[in-house]
Ligand binder design. Structure first.
Ligand code: NAD
Length: 371
């Protein structure tokens, strides 16, 4: 199969959909890989590294799309990419179609096969192609929070690990899922005092075991949240209720009880945010101060560390991409229900029920559309 990887064109997106190891895996199985010149530069992967792994480096996105049977990307396609799509071409990328009727309609019109990373779902409900980005965001949240606490950012000037004879920082993490656990691991590793809250006791037990007891776990309820937020130097919000807006757990009144110059990193801002005062920010202008608390609310945190994010993402996507290339998308999806749940559009039909429901399009079961 001919695999194509264009440069991402979304503003401030520096990830790329393949690494040199991925190229080597495709070529070892007899597939051809064409990569747009410069596609890896934002992730610190030069053309030469891809070339050495067996890829053809081509000039311009048209040359990639023209010859590819399978296009690998990171972000959803943008307007200039629509004209490049051909009927029957397979696009494997984050699509988030439920969030955009225009994008869904565009893909239907181009009659491509659109497989969305975000809807690939294992039998236990986990989303294996979202997990790596949650890991990155969770670990990064402590780094971002530490920067907020620095004086130059408006913070109170606290070093999270403390030093001999001086107290360490207090971190409160609300939500002990993938983001929360990764934040906890970094916070504990840094030497801060960490409290983590969740409504699921099993998650709390798991996190406590992972950090070998070096954490305070609390059931998430109004009283515990209020107490843990008031005493924290840094609050990390990492709650998710699948399919719903993030609950507003941290109020203005809670923040008013924190010491001035404390920090809040709302990782859940991409789902509306857990704090009353959260609003999405960008990597160019990531912080603002409200109620005396320095807020960091970047909705695409992994974009700050594209090298790590590219490797983390492709570690997860490559197994599926290789299956699609080896067997063709129909057989690959037929053998793997997780991949099948990732197929959102086929030849002008919506094959994902939630996407169809979101925009009032007719839903066609995959088996029927794959015909
Ligand atoms: N900003 C970014 O760049 C970025 C990147 C990755 C993920 N995210 C977001 O981070 C959030 C967390 O993602 P995740 O992968 O960790 O999800 P997850 O499903 O692994 O974890 C969510 C946790 O929230 C807990 N929870 C639900 N209601 C709660 C409540 N009232 N109090 C405390 N805990 C509660 C759940 O029990 C679960 O353990 C999501 O909103 C996700 O979209 C943002």
């Amino acid at each position: 199969m001919r695999v194509g990887v264009p440069t991402e064109i979304k503003t401030d997106e520096h990830r790329v959909a393949i690494t040199p190891a991925g190229v080597a895996a495709f070529t070892a199985r007899g597939h051809e890989v064409a990569i747009e010149s410069g596609a890896g530069v934002g992730s610190a992967i030069p053309d030469d590294a891809y070339r050495a792994a067996g890829a053809a480096i081509v000039d311009g996105a048209d040359a990639v799309w023209d010859r590819a049977d399978l296009v690998l990307k990171v972000k959803e396609p943008l307007e200039p990419e629509f004209e490049r799509m051909r009927p029957g071409q397979v696009l494997f990328t984050y699509l988030h179609l439920a969030a955009s009727e225009q994008l869904t309609a565009g893909l239907l019109e181009r009659r491509i096969v659109g497989i969305g990373y975000e809807t690939v779902q294992l039998a236990d409900g986990t989303l294996p192609l979202l997990v790596p980005m949650s890991e990155v965001a969770g670990r990064l949240s402590i780094q971002a929070g530490a920067a907020c606490l620095e004086r130059r950012a408006g913070g109170k000037g606290i070093l999270l690990p403390g030093v001999s004879g001086v107290r360490r920082g207090l971190i409160t993490i609300i939500g002990a899922g993938v983001v929360g656990m990764n934040a906890c691991v970094v916070g504990v590793g840094l030497g801060a005092e960490v409290t983590i809250l969740d409504i699921n006791p099993l998650r709390l037990g798991y996190v406590r075991d992972v950090v070998q007891g070096h954490v305070t776990t609390l059931m998430s309820n109004a009283a515990n949240i209020e107490g843990a937020v008031a005493s924290a130097d840094l609050v990390v919000c990492s709650v998710l209720i699948p399919g719903a807006r993030a609950p507003r757990l941290v109020t203005r009144a809670h923040l008013a009880q924190m010491e001035p110059g404390s920090a809040l990193v709302d990782v859940a801002v991409d789902q509306g945010g857990c704090a009353e005062t959260s609003r999405p920010t960008t990597h160019r202008d990531p912080r603002y101060v409200e109620e005396g608390v320095v807020h960091y609310c970047v909705s695409n945190m992994p974009g700050a560390v594209p090298h790590t994010s590219t490797y983390a993402l492709t570690n997860a996507t490559m197994t599926y991409a290789l299956e699609i290339a080896d067997r063709g998308w129909r057989e690959a999806a037929g053998r793997d229900t997780a991949l099948a749940s990732g197929v959102n559009v086929v030849d002008g039909h919506v094959t994902h029920e939630a996407v169809a429901g979101a925009h009032g399009f007719e839903y066609m079961p995959l088996a029927e559309a794959a015909g």
